[in-house]
Design a protein around this ligand. Structure first.
Ligand code: HEM
Length: 156
């Protein structure tokens, strides 16, 4: 069912993207694997899994299970790549570029940077309070801006 976009910048492009016909075609990688997800679902799924893996790896490093932590950390790095590929694909193929999209992509990359820094500091037994604060702030900004932009869910 089509729905209207409330954007004021690049309205015509946003309406086309948000109204269905183009949005329904956002299936590049999922099509390859025969899935039914569209690209935004794939993007969301990959960063949610990455987020869970950060907590699992952090817990494993904290409890001294370095082998388990190392394996989880390696799987997480694979998910960084999937998040970046799906995000880059949304950015390059399906969006009407403006400053908000560039900010969204940069914030996404910074979030991934914080995830990696958190784990490296935990692994080396260093304090990570500042990194935790930075991580939570940047993660929230990324999610809020992502949900504000017109593809997929438009909450704000
Ligand atoms: C952990 C990191 C990331 C998080 C938490 C995140 C979060 C989100 C969220 C919540 C959305 C909205 C999805 C929807 O409305 O259906 C989104 C969309 C998007 N993301 Fe990410 N993202 C991350 C990384 C990235 C990266 C690295 C890039 C670029 C290289 C990127 C580019 C995009 C683009 C272009 C969109 C579409 C925006 C739209 O029009 O709705 N993201 N992301």
């Amino acid at each position: 069912m089509a729905s209207a976009s409330f954007c004021c910048v690049n309205d015509s492009v946003h309406i086309v993207l948000f109204n269905g016909p183009v949005h329904d075609k956002i299936r590049t990688i999922p099509d390859l694997i025969g899935g039914k997800m569209n690209m935004t679902h794939m993007h969301i799924t990959s960063w949610v899994i990455a987020l869970i893996l950060v907590f699992v790896a952090y817990g494993l490093y904290s409890s001294g299970n370095s082998k388990g932590a190392k394996i989880t950390h390696m799987i997480l790095r694979l998910f960084y790549i999937i998040v970046i590929i799906t995000g880059a694909q949304l950015f390059l193929k399906f969006t009407a570029w403006n400053g908000e999209y560039i900010a969204k992509a940069l914030l996404g990359l910074i979030t991934i940077g914080f995830m990696e820094m958190l784990l490296i500091r935990r692994k080396n037994g260093k304090a990570a309070t500042g990194i935790w604060i930075g991580f939570i702030v940047v993660l929230l900004l990324t999610v809020v801006l992502g949900l504000r932009l017109p593809l997929g869910f438009k909450v704000f």
